[in-house]
Design a protein around this ligand. Sequence first.
Ligand code: TYC
Length: 107
Amino acid sequence: MSEEKEQEFDKGTVVAERKPEVKKPPMYKVMLLNDDYTPMDFVVSVLKQFFYKSMEQATKIMLQVHYDGAGVAGIYTSEIAETKVSLVNDYARSNGHPLMCTMEQND
Ligand code: TYC
């Protein structure tokens, strides 16, 4: 029975609230790490192609990684995050760049 239906049957009786039956899945930050060799425009193209960032957003994230050492490309469920990490690392390697993409749980 839906929660709405149950409330109708309760007819104004005060009932304890139930905890939600579905839990949010753990989420993972997909990170890009800085290095001294990958060209900036390659990193920007990765952020556009794999993380659907605009030119502006991609440039901002790339510069954050360049100056701070790491930055968040996106936040996803485990399977999607794992897939992004593999695709980006394979793409960087097949283009001869050492760019590293990793994931870490977002709390
Ligand atoms: N530091 C690189 C350079 O100066 C640029 C760069 C940015 C590399 C972000 C990796 O994830 C990265 N060419």
